[in-house]
Design a binder for this molecule. Structure first.
Ligand code: TYM
Length: 336
């Protein structure tokens, strides 16, 4: 088989990440780790979802620097913009444009059911904007433009992915085949990394308590300190159990970064106290994240090189997006 045929046979992967604040260990274990791993086998398209970020208020200068920083972090993780497509969502206008077509084919009730909308609107009652409400439609557009087979995400995006599938199926049934119906790709370990301070809540960069989350770019001492302060329980036995959400979360994190199974972790810390365990988790996480930070610190210095890469990324993405978008427009009845 010639090389071109091999390329054509590759399945497609698409995913995006918001540039809202520092990216966390949750983003890494739930999604980014898979983004990196999937490059070997698949044809991947990854984007910084900057349009999504303004569904909550952003300070312009800070948003701009976070978009740069998120793009640089993707490169530091080892995502290859030469072999794959890595771009900034707002640079490809078809995302917003397709979002309108899809909005007119999505029901109000479907959006109103989204748990993330309910959570976020409760958290920011002063800014329940229409974008926050229709956000999953934009996410559906991000996905469907590139006809991916698989979408690697953490557990919290599962509902949004299901609605993207529903929208695709409905559109195809109504207008003829345009979109591929994608499958979620959710890791077995690490799909739900919980807060270190309240392990019943998801680890999130928007958590005001800085000890609750670990940033991918935290330095070694900070990471270890945050794990030392992690909330646990009084049993002093390292074992996975529903009634031990703090320790269970730490076991999951340790498994995800070391590749050890739950049983192996429980055995390793049998008879040892929580102090030893928390230190080991902190060190293992720092060993995983610190090399990424070192590469990031180099990459972010060269804004010119970054600019060239994201512009090329947008050109590559747009060539694909435009085709799908025009096909959808034509099917709906627009004059092209
Ligand atoms: P975002 O930016 O909130 O998160 C990016 C990815 O990180 C995962 N994630 C987690 N996984 C495990 N544990 C956690 N605590 C944790 N926190 C975050 C998320 O599941 C996600 O995979 N709407 C999306 C971005 C988006 C998108 C898309 C994703 C826009 N368009 C198209 C896929 C396809 C979001 O806000 O993710």
């Amino acid at each position: 088989m010639c090389e071109n045929n091999t390329e054509a046979a590759k399945k497609k992967v698409l995913s995006c990440i918001q540039p809202s604040g520092m990216l966390t260990l949750g983003n890494y274990l739930g999604a980014l780790k898979n983004w990196v791993a999937m490059q070997e086998e698949f044809d991947c398209t990854y984007a910084v979802a900057d349009l999504h970020a303004i569904t909550v208020r952003q300070e312009p200068a800070k948003l701009r620097s976070q978009i740069y920083s998120t793009y640089a972090l993707l490169l530091a993780l080892g995502i290859d913009p030469e072999k794959h497509t890595v771009f900034i969502q707002s640079h490809v206008p078809e995302h917003s444009a397709l979002s309108w077509l899809l909005s007119c084919n999505t029901q109000f009730g479907e959006m109103a059911r989204m748990t993330q909308f309910k959570d976020k609107s409760a958290k920011h009652p002063e800014n329940v904007n229409v974008g926050l409400f229709s956000y999953p439609v934009l996410m559906a557009a991000d996905i469907l433009l590139y006809k991916p087979d698989l979408v690697p995400v953490g557990h919290d995006q599962k509902q949004h992915l299901e609605i993207a599938r529903d929208i695709a199926i409905r559109f195809n049934n109504k207008y003829g085949d345009v979109f591929t119906v994608p499958e979620p790709y959710i890791p077995k370990i690490g799909a739900r990394v919980m807060s270190l301070q309240d392990p019943t809540k998801k680890m999130s960069k928007s958590d005001d308590n800085l000890n609750a989350w670990v940033a991918i770019l935290d330095d070694r001492d900070t990471i270890i300190r945050k794990f030392k302060r992690a909330v646990t329980d009084s049993e002093a036995v390292v074992r996975m159990a529903d009634e031990k959400p703090g320790i269970s979360n730490l076991i999951t994190i340790y498994s995800a970064v070391t590749g050890k199974t739950t049983q192996e972790v429980e055995k390793e810390f049998d008879g040892k106290g929580y102090g030893d365990f928390k230190l080991a988790v902190g060190e293992a996480v720092a060993d995983t994240l610190n090399p990424i930070k070192e590469r990031y610190d180099e990459i972010i210095k060269d804004k010119k090189a970054l600019e060239q890469l994201y512009k090329e990324g947008a050109n590559k993405a747009e060539r694909v997006a435009r085709k799908t978008y025009f096909k959808a427009m034509k099917k709906v009845g627009f004059v092209l």
